[in-house]
Structures are given as C-alpha cells and as structure tokens.
Write a protein that binds this ligand. Structure first.
Ligand SMILES: O=C(CO)COP(=O)(O)O
Length: 262
C-alpha cells in the first residue's frame, strides 16, 4: 500500500521572520492530516535548522532542495548529502527542472546526486518532466524514461524503488498552467509501466507525486487518480491556507491506491 505524501518546495523564498509566522499557522492547520498522509517541508539550506526546530515532534519531515554530487572536500558553496542527513533531513529533491535548466544539471549529474542522497540514508525525490516543446513533439515519455534510466544506471532499480518520483511538467511549473488530471494520470500510468517493465512490482510500489501549479482549487481533481500518490507544491506551499487545503484534498480522497498494470 502506498501512503500519500505532500512535499512543500519553498524554493528560494522566506526569511527567519516569515518562516516562523508561516509555520506556526500552517502546522496548526495541518494537524488533522498528519496521521493520514506523509508531509515534508523543503526550505532553503540556511533555514533547515529553524524549520527542523519548528517541526519538532509534529511528524512532518524536513527535506532539502538539492545535495552536492561530491561527498566532501574542495567544493566551495556546495552542501553534501551527509550534512543534510546530520541536519535531520529525511528527503532531498534531486533533478528539479529549475536545477536542470538554470544550473545545467545533466541526467548524469542528477543521478550522482541521487546516489549520494541514498548513500546518506535519506529518500531522494527524483523530479522528472518534459518541456512544452517536448510534449508537443510527442517526446514526453522518451524524456522521462531517459531521466529515470540515468538513475537506474547508477543506483539500480532497487535504489530507485525506495525513492519518490515527482512528475513535474516544466510548462506547468510556476506558470499557473496546470496539467489536466487526465494528462497527469496518463503520464503517471506510463511511468509505472516503464518501471514495471524494468522490474516486476516496482511500478506498483513506487510513490509517484505530481507537481506544477497545484492549488487548493485544483488539488482534488489532480489527486482523483489512483495513479497519483500526492504532490510537490511550490508557490502554494508558501501560504498556510492554500497548503493545508491541498493537504485536506489529499487526505480526504477516497480513491484506491492500486492501479492495473500489464
Ligand atoms: O516546482 C514546483 C515544485 O517543485 C511547482 O511549483 P509551483 O507549484 O509554484 O508551480
């Protein structure tokens, strides 16, 4: 059985003051859903300590937005996976499309970061997704399979199996343009089928979440498919009401958690 999960990606937003105010409001609103769904908050690196303390014993996990591809040493400005683990992180995003596009992280780069996160005993959240141009050229699955295969090449399907995959179509991130529930369900189904073809059972057991302009208003529709195990939320995770209403939509859904695969 796959437990639903909601992950907040704050990106490069926040301040000591605003984080405190946001989390105090948000944690109170999230309390009813803590047992039903898993939740994690991924703040910028400098705020990990603050957010860890505010999360305390709520059961809501701490996550980071990236980890270095190097283990340690002369890598000025980098943060290693073991440091994140020491700070109390349970999840680390890898391969977010902003990292791939703006900071030129290649598939191989992302796969190395994924491996570092795994070896530091945390759960990588592998972000995959196509650009609008790739979708319009019918390349959606070719792109996603290439991104996933790079990780399998380094960490094996067993390494991937315990992680989370986040499907984030690049054209839906921060644009207000959401993929339709059908597009999300179809792509998630195709990803599961790809994984299932790699190793029987892995497509069924993998937690697969959607990200891209998820808001309280569209969350229930996006989470209506049994293929979708939750969300990776950007902008709406910076608003206590929006994020807790998204959590409510996920926690209160009634759809089954299994999906038929051939
Ligand atoms: O990139 C995202 C989460 O990682 C999605 O961002 P938005 O929810 O702001 O579109």
């Amino acid at each position: 059985m796959r437990k639903s999960i909601l992950i907040a990606n704050w990106k490069m937003n926040g301040s000591l003051h605003s984080n405190q105010a946001l989390l105090v409001r948000m944690l109170a609103k999230l309390r009813p859903f803590r047992k039903t769904i898993d939740m994690a908050i991924c703040p910028p690196f400098p705020y990990l300590f603050q957010v860890r303390d505010l999360l305390g014993y709520t059961g809501i996990a701490l996550g980071a937005q990236n980890a270095s591809r190097a283990r340690s040493g002369a890598h000025t400005g980098e943060v290693s996976a073991t440091m994140l683990q020491e700070m109390g992180c349970r999840y680390v995003l890898v391969g977010h499309s902003e990292r791939r596009a703006l900071y030129h992280e290649s598939d191989d780069d992302v796969a190395t970061r994924f491996r570092q996160v795994l070896s530091a005993d945390m759960t990588p959240v592998l972000c995959v997704g196509e650009t609008l141009e790739e979708r319009e050229h019918g390349q959606t699955m070719a792109v996603i399979e290439r991104q996933i295969q790079a990780v399998i090449d380094q960490s094996g399907i067993s390494g991937l199996a315990g992680s989370i995959v986040a499907y984030e179509p690049v054209w839906a991130i921060g644009t207000g343009r959401t993929a339709t529930p059908e597009q999300v369900a179809d792509t998630h189904r195709a990803i599961r089928q790809f994984l299932e073809n790699c190793e029987t059972g892995s497509g069924r057991s993998m937690r697969l979440v959607y990200g891209g302009s998820v808001k309280a208003a569209n969350a229930a529709a996006l989470f209506s498919s049994p293929e979708v195990d939750g969300g990776l939320i950007g902008g709406a995770s910076l608003q206590a009401d929006e994020f807790s209403n998204i959590a409510a939509a996920l926690a209160n859904r009634t759809n089954p958690v299994t999906s038929p695969l051939t």
